[in-house]
Ligand binder design. Structure first.
Ligand code: GLN
Length: 306
């Protein structure tokens, strides 16, 4: 069977699991996504791509943006500065939990893949104004995909109106000196970052840059430093799939980051990037069918890094 036929077959098998999941609705604008959607692209470091399902359908990055912003902020500020504000350890808690912000001493978020840590990271994007910071971030993401990327205004606005949990994380961190500046400005930037929109081909391309040690397979340019790409992939393994990262490491074994829109970015070191969109989520917030699809692919191609 050709790679293309195999991919199509795996997508149809995985799609049957979508009915066990549920589309996120705590961000109201995400609730009208179609739970049966499923699309994948595999983008090799030789700059070849294969796809199946509705690969041109756009979706918002949500938490997947956390790993991209982390890359920019690490290159802007250096490891020492970034890790003085955010830790390196998995939490085992849901992505939006506030609990360990109080119990962890010193009072800083445990890692950059949970909401508290991601907010602290977004707070470190360089720029004098929100507009300047946003312009730098969206330009960086556009370089990674190789084309101009934008964000979904409805989704960003919808999240901003309902982001009271994230608001409370910010105020807690401001009190403890983890973040500085105006909280509402930070939330505007963060919700726009989460609402960055693309299809699974663009997402797979970004995964391929990480897989290729930061080198763009298309242009040959070093878009992310090798060290930063390594750090980001490590966080994807330890914390990328929320509080099921351990199970995912055993069953799939690919550095990956998911988002509540149903996107997953995978990065198979030295091989390829993977972009998936399947909005029906499991109980921790990962794409139900997307995880099944990755299990099938990893087993078939022996992609586990372990
Ligand atoms: N924008 C979302 C939030 O902050 C991202 C969460 C996610 O994708 N897990 O709640």
């Amino acid at each position: 069977m050709s790679n293309q036929n195999l991919l199509e077959e795996l997508v149809e098998i995985a799609r049957s699991f979508a009915s066990y999941g549920k589309v996120a609705d705590y961000i109201p604008a995400l609730s009208d996504q179609n739970p049966d959607d499923l699309a994948i692209c595999i983008y090799s470091i030789e700059n070849e791509s294969f796809y199946a399902g509705d690969h041109l359908k756009k979706f918002t990055l949500q938490s997947i943006s956390k790993v991209i912003t982390l890359a920019l902020v690490l290159m802007d500020n250096g490891e020492e500065e970034v890790f003085s504000k955010v830790g390196m350890e998995p939490t085992g808690d849901p992505f939006n939990s506030i609990a360990k912000l109080e119990t962890n001493k010193p009072s800083k978020p445990l890692n950059p893949m949970i909401n508290a840590g991601a907010l602290a990271v977004t707070n470190m994007i360089k720029g004098d104004t929100v507009v300047e910071k946003w312009d730098r971030l969206i330009e960086f993401i556009s370089h990674l995909t190789g084309q101009k990327v934008t964000y979904n205004e409805d989704v960003a606005y919808s999240e901003l109106q309902t982001a009271n949990l994230n608001r409370s994380l910010c105020y807690f961190m401001k009190q403890h000196g983890v973040i500085t500046g105006n909280v509402e400005d930070l939330l505007v930037l963060y919700t726009k970052q989460c609402a960055v929109e693309m299809n699974c081909v663009d997402l797979a391309k970004i995964g391929a840059v990480f897989a290729n040690d930061g080198l763009d397979p298309e242009s040959g340019k070093q878009l992310i430093s090798r060290d930063v790409a390594r750090i980001c992939k490590t966080f994807m393994v330890t914390c990328g799939m929320y509080n099921s990262s351990g199970e995912f490491a055993i069953k799939v074994g690919i550095p990956a980051k998911s988002g509540v829109s149903g996107g997953i970015m995978g990065s198979v070191p030295g091989r390829c990037g993977i972009g998936i969109f399947g909005p029906a989520l499991d109980e921790v917030g990962n794409s139900f069918a997307g995880v099944k699809l990755l299990e099938g692919l990893s087993a078939k191609y022996s992609w586990s890094i372990f």
